[in-house]
Design a protein around this ligand. Structure first.
Ligand code: MG
Length: 454
């Protein structure tokens, strides 16, 4: 039932990434365009985030698609979920030039399936085979594709979100938006204004040099957002990553809301309205499961990566299971009534309605969640996969989940141990009800890993 993870040559969990002009060259992106053209044919929607290298790479991608006979609809600069929303309306596929949360020098390509989801492992491997094939055929002169611009490409997306929230639930509410100079500059303020909010912005002008903060919306980078929230008396502040498929929040006191807490607050709200299954990776905080179970809902775990969450949600839904929500503990939340991908604009809108309907402050909602203590660490180790294969035998009395890495459950805590696919590193997450239990489990785990490593 759960999507299985398959290692790929070029693509990572969310597309291809690299330093523009060095790892991610126009030549490589041109070859991705040719491969995608062969695989999908027909009409392909192309978009990009605000990075300075975006236009060059988008042109390379479009050239590859056109050279194989595809028609290209250029949607310009827009959030990844906005392109995903458009692709479902009769496109044969899509692609976004974006490096999401990576620093400004990076760029990347995310491939979108006709149903608006990110491309899964099996199709990506087919695509990679075409990219690495020696001489892909290009179409003859009379069959070369045509390019057209899609004007106002974000309007349908904004309207599509507002459609879920009739009335003006944000009336009387002030919200500060930090799109981080990314493509959400032209969407999230409009969405929140459409809900009736008074909207102020930080880093609200699109700029691929990201002068205000890095594309990763970390707590440290959101000081200006937090300051404006407090000084303006706003209900909350919301910030996006570089392609706005994620949203993170600061509460009305300027305090960063940890992403698992954010996830759990939305889980609680959705589970109070309908009962069903929440889908999330094994790495998500226990607070999410506690929030779901507290409202008589269940959790289905997947490998780490939003595509596995989205695919599992779809497959469960096809089997008739009541899938009501999904997401990751990094602010990437998936609302299946809207679309099967992470959507930062939708997440921001949802927070407005949660605060409006609960009549509580965001800091109160965060404080009322079940308390958990999380430890994250990594150790340097070669042959991580071999070490992990031996680890379960060291915990004969524990429940072990091998969905992604090794997740060891003790009475009321767990440890997740995963080997990096690209570096000689083993990553550890401990999730416990209190610091004492967490530290004891962490110490014990490190001791056993040391015994294995020898
Ligand atoms: Mg992203």
């Amino acid at each position: 039932m759960t999507a299985q993870k398959i290692q790929k040559r070029l693509f990572g969990t969310n597309g291809v990434r690299g330093v523009a002009g060095k790892d991610l060259t126009p030549e490589l992106v041109f070859s991705i365009g040719i491969a995608l053209g062969h695989l999908r044919k027909g009409r392909i929607a192309v978009g990009r985030d605000t990075r300075t290298s975006g236009e060059t790479l988008a042109k390379a991608l479009k050239a590859g698609l056109l050279a194989t006979g595809c028609d290209v609809h250029d949607c310009g600069i827009l959030p990844t979920p906005a392109l995903q929303y458009l692709v479902r309306d009769g496109y044969d596929g899509g692609a976004v030039i974006t490096a999401s949360h990576n620093p400004p020098e990076y760029n990347g390509v995310k491939i979108i399936e006709p149903d608006g989801t990110e491309m899964g492992d099996e199709e990506t491997i087919q695509l990679e085979d075409l990219i690495f094939s020696p001489a892909p055929a290009l179409t003859s002169w009379e069959k070369v594709g045509q390019e057209m611009q899609v004007p106002d490409s974000t309007d349908r997306y904004v309207k599509g979100i507002l459609h879920h929230f009739p009335g003006s639930p944000g009336k009387g509410m002030t919200v500060v938006v930090d799109p981080g100079s990314g493509p959400a500059c032209i969407t999230t303020p409009k969405i929140l204004e459409g809900l009736g909010c008074r909207v102020l912005t930080v880093n609200g002008v699109m700029d691929g040099t990201f002068p205000g903060r890095l594309p990763e919306p970390s707590a440290e980078g959101l000081k200006n957002l937090a300051d404006l929230v407090v000084s303006s008396g706003a209900s909350f502040g919301v910030a996006h990553d570089g392609d706005a498929d994620r949203a993170v929040f600061v509460d009305e006191t300027g305090q960063f809301v940890e992403e698992n807490a954010e996830f759990a607050i939305v889980v609680q709200n959705i589970c109070r309205q309908k009962k069903g299954v929440i889908v999330t990776p094994v790495s998500s905080g226990q607070v999410v499961e506690e929030a779901a179970r507290g409202e008589s809902c269940t959790v289905q775990y997947t490998p780490v990566g939003s595509i596995y969450v989205a695919r599992t949600m779809r497959s469960l839904q096809k089997k008739g299971e009541p899938v009501i929500f999904g997401g990751e503990g990094n602010g990437g939340l998936i609302f299946p009534d809207h679309q099967f991908c992470r959507d930062g604009g939708m997440t921001a809108a949802m927070m407005v309605t949660i605060l409006a309907s609960s009549r509580k402050k965001l800091s109160d909602l965060a404080r009322e969640l079940p308390k958990r203590h999380i430890i994250k660490d990594k150790i340097t180790a070669n042959k991580g996969a071999e070490i992990l294969a031996l680890l379960p035998a060291y915990y004969p009395d524990s429940r072990i989940d091998m969905t992604d890495g090794v997740k060891i459950y003790t009475r009321d805590a767990w440890a997740l141990v995963r080997a990096s696919g690209t570096e000689p590193i083993i990553r550890i997450i401990i999730d416990a009800p209190d610091p004492t239990t967490g530290s004891a489990l962490f110490k014990d785990l490190k001791l056993r890993l040391k015994t294995i490593v020898g």
